[in-house]
Design a protein around this ligand. Structure first.
Ligand SMILES: Cc1ncc(COP(=O)(O)O)c(C=O)c1O
Length: 405
């Protein structure tokens, strides 16, 4: 290979130097679509600028574990979407997954000796996280029925260690709806911060800040990305300085920022969020109507059904009723597994919120490790099926379910 002594005639640099350096002009380029910035660090034009940036006197990127352009772009979008039409500002941080976001919130808000108050019927891994790290960090975790406001008030009155109320609405996988305004009001009465996992609704359908909620969480792996092409999560807060200092510090120290490629895919997905959510909702309504009259089905959990106990509240709190529903099969566990065997168009997989329809049987899949008695207490029966309704033609989804049922 050529060394420095054998220079190419057009360059004063050696072969290895030419291959190693990125000196081509990137200035004056205006790409139509935001590019992916996979650089781990950023270069400064002078020592003076570098010093100012490191001292925090000038705003510029330093190291991609701290922040990078693809992260900042989706953060700015989420800030605008979750505060859309509201007279408030919020700060968003994007993480490598929904669980990384949840863990940063937990670590920044709660200290040893504090307590967390959560619903029992939330995403299984969130329960797993609270139980595991609650014990590890000396944080008590109290589960309650968030529809029973009297009982909640009793808990808050008795237990002044509670510092965070954690709400998931609509809840996974039983699709229950909880009253954000009321929950936030009682939490505030006892000086408790509130957080909402807004994954199932997305900011297009529900804006928790509108009801006074302090923090919003997302698994943006789901509707915000929309295509199942990456993992990511968000924490948003109205206390901008708390998010910038405390939550950001945890993301930096744990190294849980969303990678540039996943943030880029998330941004591509976000472009069609409103269109997708409209179609998800319309299709879910059609599928729910079909399931409701099917003889193999004993119950349909979908907030868009007038018969659903959460219908009136969801109508008040949400723009539309969402794309996920669950239903119970009369014949229980065996029928659930059989249905999983027979479906063709609906994809048998664990996630939700993608443009194609995804189906799963919690008792034999996502909740197989939860003791039967415990899962049944939270409405996850042997015959419960969760369906994340996609944006295909509704007739095709219904035809597939019909042949499988
Ligand atoms: C409601 C909800 N919250 C949080 C999570 C965790 O998100 P992630 O899988 O992106 O870590 C999930 C995942 O399924 C979820 O459904």
């Amino acid at each position: 290979m050529k060394t420095k002594k054998q220079k190419a005639s057009s360059s004063t640099k050696g072969f290895a130097t030419i291959t190693s350096q990125d000196d081509f002009p990137l200035k004056n380029i205006t790409p139509h679509v935001a590019p992916i910035f996979t650089s781990s660090t950023y270069v400064y034009e002078s020592a003076e600028k570098a010093q100012k940036v490191f001292e925090g006197k000038e705003d510029a990127f330093i190291y991609s574990r701290w922040s990078h352009p693809n992260a900042e772009l989706v953060e700015k979008k989420l800030e605008q979407l979750e505060t859309f039409g509201l007279d408030i500002t919020a700060k968003a941080l994007v993480f490598s997954s929904g669980m990384a976001a949840l863990s940063a919130l937990f670590q920044s808000v709660l200290k040893p000796g504090d307590a967390l108050l959560a619903q029992g019927n939330i995403y299984g891994t969130s329960v797993d996280y609270f139980n595991h790290y609650g014990k590890e960090y000396g944080i008590e975790v109290i589960y309650a029925n968030f529809s029973d406001i009297k009982q909640l008030e009793e808990i808050l009155k008795k237990n002044r260690k509670v510092k965070l109320m954690y709400i998931e609405t609509p809840s996974n996988p039983t699709i229950r709806c909880y009253d954000l305004a009321t929950l936030n009001t009682i939490a505030k009465k006892y000086g408790v911060k509130t957080a909402v996992d807004n994954t199932f609704a997305s900011p297009y359908l529900q804006q928790p800040f509108k009801f006074g909620i302090d923090f919003i969480l997302h698994s943006s792996t789901k509707y915000l990305n929309g295509h199942g092409t990456g993992l990511s999560g968000f924490v948003l807060g109205k206390d901008v300085s708390f998010i910038k200092k405390e939550v950001w510090k945890i993301r930096k120290l744990n190294g849980t920022i969303c990678a540039p490629f996943d943030a880029w895919m998330l941004n591509v997905g976000l472009k069609t969020l409103s269109l997708r959510m409209e179609k998800h909702c319309a299709n879910a309504q059609a599928v729910a109507n079909f399931l409701l009259q099917h003889k193999a089905v004993s119950k349909v959990n979908y907030l868009g059904l007038k018969t659903d106990e959460g219908h009136a509240l969801a109508k008040k709190q949400m723009r539309n009723f969402g794309g996920v529903l669950s239903f119970e099969l009369k014949e229980g566990y065996k029928a659930g597994k059989k249905l999983m065997q027979k479906i063709k168009l609906c994809k048998l997989t664990a996630s939700l919120g993608t443009i194609d329809t995804l189906i799963q049987h919690p008792a034999s899949m996502s909740h197989y490790f939860v003791p039967k008695k415990q899962r049944e207490a939270f409405g996850i029966s042997d015959g419960l099926i969760r369906l994340s309704v996609g944006i295909e033609d509704a007739e095709d989804i219904i035809a597939d379910l019909n042949q499988a049922l």
